[in-house]
Design a protein around this ligand. Structure first.
Ligand SMILES: [Mn+2]
Length: 668
């Protein structure tokens, strides 16, 4: 029996929410040299125009919450104002565009002349006001042109002192249809009716499109899905691989054959894949948020870190250290999928081993066992390409049932990210990792039984993180020791250690995730009677690191993303006459077929544009968390721009209330 969960219960709508969705998103790909760039943006431009304009060097362009207007509708237009400009800039600090990327409206401007001859006072003196659109430039009617063309023709911008020479050169060299109009020039502006956009509005679901399933599967649901797939997708006649017909069909020989066939690209047929995931759900159902097991004197177990779809490295790890068995038990500490391009192969092998013998392979949930991450970093796309959308929903269900941590001999806690801390921690966004950045308001250690009591079956989304650091209204200092379940979940799967004492904001996401110092680890271990904490979640040069005297990191994806240059590692824990000892083993990358990481991300973006607003390629200059431009060389800028980044400013999963976890607990 499951309990009503978490955020919905704890927060019940009284919390100040973070950002939410805009009304729609545009999606566009274009060629840049031989490289195909795919951009996701939230502007309402027609395809190919004015994408991510807010990041233009001139600072103009559409941003979330900008009003809507339609310059092609004459009834929305009013009085005009005409100004002769003798200098640039005009004093307008931000233009945005309207429907279909057309028109240029003034959203911000200097509203007075600060001294005689102030060029930035030209607009204000000429009677131009906010919410006017540009009607014509030097006699050229352009009111309904594409935004970028109007901007290029008027050329009304100024470089910021922080703009690099490279950024300026690149900006000047951008392709443009119109050169800047020579000065002096006469520009006509016209009033325009606008519709203000409700920033908190939840995007309506689009009929006929796939959305992640927001409710759990009952036993009957699972049976019905399996029956459906049996009918719709019988095993192909030419399938030559292992047969999965339930946990008892898996033995050592089955596993060996399965490993080999996946290497050859032979996946389990759909109906068997469904059955394996469903059986895994049933096994995980019987496990706990905090699972425990015992290592007897003379015995050992192995802790592995992130494997991230690097199937060839996982196979190598098993080759080195043996397959899981009663005498050789393992914990895989989360992040099995995403990024690497063999997430399905990796997780299917782990799930087959899990159902074969649940007590010889233990699994923890990582931050990549979340729908939010899987829709950004590839696994959703991979699953849909190799199987289908419903199987992805089943995977998500299985991920929600994974343990958050494992406790070994009551002495070692294994958790993906970090140790949970008090709530709230005051967090000043964008500051350095200074201990005073985040001050525990109540210095109470979270106890293991509190972690064990957390209902782990939840999904987090962008707004959840922010909501988890916002204070509940009227509850400035919560009762000592009371920490929301969602806070514990976030800390367990997202936290990172740091070298200095105290807590600080993490470099991950914009807010709501913390780093913790050696003093935090020490106190957590002392108050919980622990000897060590083992976590993963961060790439380390040698595949492992003793970050704090009582805290180890282990990471098992060598040459992470094909470029990390790091080794992988696993940690062997042995019981020597009652004393637990930790010994690392490092290993190098394995060769794999010539398929780069992250290929499934683009596939998901192409097939599910309505869900891809949260991922984008960085374009234009790079800003830090304070919104300041980061100075970097052209090379560094190119590298930075070539990375997919999570747009966590852009909020939550479509159709779900911002900040809420998406799983509604319908079970009784
Ligand atoms: Mn991780």
């Amino acid at each position: 029996m499951m309990m009503a969960f978490g955020l919905v219960k704890v927060r019940s709508g009284t919390v100040k929410r973070g950002t939410s969705n805009v009304n729609c998103s545009a999606f566009c790909s274009h060629k840049q040299g031989s490289k195909r760039i795919t951009q996701i943006t939230t502007c309402r431009a027609e395809e190919g125009t004015s994408l991510l304009q807010r990041k233009r060097c001139d600072g103009h362009g559409f941003a979330k919450g900008d009003p809507e207007f339609d310059v092609t509708d004459p009834s929305s237009l009013g009085e005009t104002a005409t100004v002769e400009f003798k200098k640039r800039p005009s004093g307008v600090t931000r233009y945005s565009h309207g429907k279909d990327g057309k028109g240029a409206i003034i959203l911000d401007m200097q509203e007075k002349s600060r001294y005689p001859g102030d060029p930035k006072g030209q607009c204000a003196l000429g009677g131009v006001t906010k919410k006017m659109v540009i009607k014509s430039i030097a006699g050229q009617e352009c009111i309904d042109w594409n935004f970028v063309d109007i901007m290029d023709l008027f050329d009304d911008y100024e470089f910021q002192p922080t703009d690099t020479k490279e950024a300026k050169d690149e900006w000047k060299a951008r392709p443009r249809k119109y050169e800047a109009t020579p000065l002096p020039c006469v520009v006509e502006f016209q009033e325009c009716k606008v519709t203000e956009v409700d920033d908190e509005e939840v995007a309506p679901k689009i009929e006929g499109k796939w959305y992640p399933r927001g409710s759990p599967f009952s036993d009957d649901d699972l049976t019905a899905e399996l029956e459906r797939v049996k009918k719709e997708s019988p095993v192909p006649g030419d399938y030559k691989g292992v047969v999965y017909s339930g946990p008892s069909s898996v033995d050592d020989a089955w596993i060996q054959t399965f490993i080999e066939q996946q290497k050859e690209g032979i996946l389990l047929p759909k109906v068997m894949a469904y059955q394996l995931v469903i059986d895994t759900i049933k096994v995980l159902n019987t496990e706990k948020t905090l699972s425990e097991f015992e290592i007897k004197p003379g015995d050992k177990f192995t802790v592995c870190g992130d494997t991230h779809g690097q199937y060839w490295d996982t196979m190598n790890l098993f080759k080195m250290n043996g397959l899981p068995s009663a005498k050789n038990p393992y914990i895989f500490n989360g992040d099995f999928v995403d990024r690497g391009s063999w997430g399905i192969e990796n997780i299917m092998l782990l799930y087959a081993l899990k159902v074969k013998d649940p007590s010889s392979l233990h699994l923890n949930r990582g931050n990549h066992e979340l729908i939010e991450a899987n829709m950004i970093y590839g696994f959703a796309g991979e699953c849909m390409k190799k199987y289908d959308e419903l199987l992805f929903d089943l995977f998500s269900e299985s991920f929600r049932k994974l343990s958050l941590c494992h406790l070994i001999n009551k002495e070692i806690l294994v958790v993906h990210g970090g140790v949970p801390g008090p709530n709230p921690r005051i967090f000043v966004p964008g500051m350095s990792h200074d201990p005073s950045d985040a001050i525990p308001r109540n210095a109470v250690t979270i106890k293991l039984d509190e972690i064990a009591a957390v209902d782990r079956e939840t999904e987090l989304q962008a707004g959840t993180y922010k909501a988890a650091v916002d204070l509940v209204e009227g509850d400035v200092v919560p009762e000592a020791g009371k920490v929301s379940e969602v806070r514990i979940v976030i800390d367990c799967i997202w936290g990172d250690p740091r070298l200095t004492n105290g807590y600080g904001p993490s470099y991950r996401k914009s807010r709501g995730i913390f780093m913790f110092g050696p003093d935090v680890t020490e106190k957590f271990c002392e108050d919980n009677g622990l000897k060590f904490v083992i976590r993963s979640h961060e790439v380390k040069e040698d595949g492992w690191k003793q970050d704090h005297p009582q805290l180890y990191t282990v990471f098992s994806a060598p040459n992470y993303m094909d470029v990390g240059g790091n080794r992988g590692a696993f940690l062997k824990v042995t019981n020597e006459d009652g004393e637990l000892k930790i010994t690392p083993t490092e290993f190098d990358k394995s060769d794999h077929p010539d398929v780069p990481p992250m290929i499934w991300q683009s596939y998901f973006a192409e097939t599910h544009p309505h869900l891809t607003k949260k991922m984008k390629k960085k374009t234009g200059p790079i800003y830090d968390s304070n919104g300041m431009l980061v100075q970097m060389s052209k090379r560094e800028l190119e590298d930075a721009q070539n990375q997919w980044v999570e747009d966590d400013e852009e909020g939550d999963i479509d159709g779900v209330e911002p900040g809420k976890t998406i799983t509604e607990k319908a079970h009784t």
